[in-house]
Write a protein that binds this ligand. Sequence first.
Ligand code: MGD
Ligand code: MGD
Ligand code: SF4
Ligand code: MO
Length: 889
Amino acid sequence: MTETCTTCPYCGVGCGVVVTEGRTGWSVGGDASHPANLGRLCSKGSALTETLRPEGRLLYPTVDGQRRPWSEAVEAVASRLQETLDQYGPSAVAFYVSGQLLTEDYYVANKLLKGFVGSPHIDTNSRLCMASTVVGHKRAFGADVVPGSYEDIELAELVLLVGSNLAWCHPVLHQRLLHAQRQRGTRLIVIDPRRSASCDTADLHLPLAPGSDVMLFNGLLAYLEQQNAISPDYLTAHVDGAEQAFATARTEAGDIATVARHCQLSVEAVLAFYQAFATTARTVTVFSQGVNQSSQGSDKVNAILNCHLATGRVGKPGSTPFSVTGQPNAMGGREVGGLANQLAAHMNPNDPADVERLGRFWQAPALRVGEGLKAIDMFRAIHDGRIKFLWVMATNPAVSLPESDMVRDALARCPTVVVSDVIDSTDTLRHAHITLPAAAWGEKDGTVTNSERRISRQRPFLPLPGEARPDWWIISAVGTALGHGAAFDYHGPADIFREHARLSGFENDGRRAFDISGLATISTTAYHQMPPIQWPVTAADPAGTARLYGDGLFTHPNGKARMLAVAAALPKEQASADFPLILNTGRYRDQWHTMTRTGLSPRLSAHRPEPLLEIHPADAARHGLEDGQLAQVHSRHGELLVRIQHSDSQRQGDVFLPIHWSDSNSAKAVVSRLISAHADPFSGQPESKHMPVSVAPFATRWSGLLFLPADAEPPPALATIPYWCRHSGTGASVIELAGDQPEQWNDLHHALQSAPGHDYLQYQDQARSSVRLAWLRDGRLQGSLFIAKDRPTVARGWMSTLFASTDPLAPEDRVALLAGQAPRSGEDQGPLVCACLSVGLKAIQAAVTEGRAATAEEIGKLLGAGTGCGSCVSEIKEIIRHAKPAVAA
Ligand SMILES: Nc1nc2c(c(=O)[nH]1)N[C@H]1C(S)=C(S)[C@@H](COP(=O)(O)OP(=O)(O)OC[C@H]3O[C@@H](n4cnc5c(=O)[nH]c(N)nc54)[C@H](O)[C@@H]3O)O[C@H]1N2
Ligand SMILES: Nc1nc2c(c(=O)[nH]1)N[C@H]1C(S)=C(S)[C@@H](COP(=O)(O)OP(=O)(O)OC[C@H]3O[C@@H](n4cnc5c(=O)[nH]c(N)nc54)[C@H](O)[C@@H]3O)O[C@H]1N2
Ligand code: SF4
Ligand SMILES: [Mo]
């Protein structure tokens, strides 16, 4: 047995995982010695080995659609980049990178473009994610620093979640919070327009009007002043700008009734929140995308930080603001200057002294003063022809950027698009002229930094498949081909890490908060063994730093923090007669972004196999939308077709959709097609959580289900089907189908029957309104199709597992095929609820209706559900609420 300690590649909690190779394959567990998770994992972390599949990997480079050896692919990237440079200058070249790159990859990408190509236009998907927080931190503290540690959530007496669905998006941190709630009675207040899973254990939920956070926190600031709950000594000694901030808060939000009206909350709820904050020194405010992804994102951040500064609650045990990062290396990207308005090692692109310093360190002749274009502006510049060469690494902008039709158009117009990815079919790859196969998790080697500034190692335990190469290697090879061999002569990630660490301390003198000079001379062996460590790491603090700013000394040149006068403003676009509902977007518990990896796991796909538009029942009634039916969603940018779910967790007037589906796994469910690309003026972060839309019923005339082997490509004939949505079942790929015209499925039906050498079983009724088709080869199931007027009732779990078997089908299964029902009872669990212990809806419902369990705890004891990572507990409670026990006659 070999064991490798590495770090989970999903969220910014940055959990340590131990991967073990046993006789039956790889298994994964939480690393008990890792300070982020202390052995815990969530559903996504525990399913990591299910995503280590060879199918669908990008395995070799291609140039203009042809497979090419690396030497030619690198040469093609370099020569097309050089031609662009020669003809149009450096500003025509851009890189769009990602918080899913390792720090070493990120560092090299940034160095190549800014330092040696001489273009400032490198930006990252962190623009869509953390940019507003970066602005807020810099304005308040003088540096982009998260002052606290995860432990602070456990040490707090009051935790606020503002625009954070911690239960689903940072599940292990949420487990730590739940533990503290049980042990210490920590109070929890959730500030979120919808009642998310994180509200389950909340003492108070404030379902505020979307976008009204600045008003709410200005109101808090005014209240703190009125109640003498501020810290005058701290303000005098450590904070500038307090008077203006208080004055604005007083005038704008001095009266709770006004605040309550503006935020559409009750006065009692607002007051209860204010009292709790005012009277609890040990308060931690966790905030995330409900704050950042707003046309007022930066001001929302400062409105929160103002309240913490006014009370001196920054960087103290159990008492601090806490921005949680999304991606595994969102923080690392900020350290290396991955954003267009940053330079490496927290230096400033607008400061000529910093630019000169970095240019000298890198010996980079091309480094220039000034910022590059932020993501949205970068894609606009590609669209209108100012940028002619784009290299995309580890992100899927065709799906994740707003106005994604404009983005796809830009990609289509760009003369050279290079894409480095690990998967061979993403919506972005469709536009690539050159595709480069990158090393994936399990193969990559380097570091990531989590939300609490903790640098952890990602260690490889698998060989590189095919011709895949690490991202740093690919970028360095292109740098070398461009004639900068000396600057990119790295032999491994340790070389890059040492350079990055050295730069962080270079002429720093305490002016830049990011300093890991204590690791600048780390040996390659020590790097490979490096335990997780929190920056800064310096000669003075060689073991790292748990908290910053607790002493009141900030990074602004005068050592003080700044409060900022921020005024409430409405989101950019409001509901109208044409678009009467507000679309909010976010995440599902078991999927990661555009599903290129989590989508491979049947367990993770079972939780929510389709995207659901959640809508309040009263709104649904008003718009004639039944639960479970399909509906068209329009905004002024585009149209989607998705399924309706009634939910009283939504405020009236607001609807919610997940961000995960792409054109690679659905007909029309790319949410970003609907979203406007307008952004916060300071951070450039788009307003992804507030878009006016209309929702109208879609008249379904037929529905269907198609089962194919797991590695089968979606058949081209799907293009003629209005609604389809694909997910991974155990052994099979399962595709939901629906349409509004009779026999729209004809082409598909036809195409599926044309494979030679198969046995076909078929049933079709006279009116051709119902079709059941299955095809086998050597007695093994190769596919099945069910079409009916209403959604066909097929035991999906059973049908999928038939594909996993390497033996011919059992006779009773073969007979049951066209009926679509499992011949043995109990084999179909229904949708998966607990992904950790694989417990389905039907088992839980049965336990309740049969009176065997009445609470979530009892379900846990009986079935195990909810006892793994615990993030399904709120769902179990919801199921119990709906599945009343059968009353004995
Ligand atoms: N399962 C899973 N986990 C993930 C990810 C994933 O894809 N899947 N992605 C990771 C990444 S990159 C990120 S950035 C994080 C994101 O983590 P979160 O920010 O927690 O997740 P979201 O679901 O995007 O949005 C959070 C909440 O903001 C609320 N919100 C919307 N508008 C407002 C508003 O105006 N004010 C307030 N106060 N709240 C509002 C939404 O209703 C939503 O519940 O998750 C990380 N973790
Ligand atoms: N409407 C709306 N839009 C949003 C959001 C929202 O809440 N609402 N959230 C935004 C946020 S916070 C984020 S972070 C973005 C995320 O959006 P994206 O970054 O576009 O999403 P991912 O699916 O994570 O894309 C990562 C890509 O990199 C590939 N990949 C994985 N590992 C590697 C690697 O090691 N090397 C290389 N070269 N490739 C790799 C994956 O296969 C995948 O194609 O979406 C943003 N968009
Ligand atoms: S909480 Fe985040 S880092 Fe930890 S196991 Fe889950 S997805 Fe991975
Ligand atoms: Mo993110």
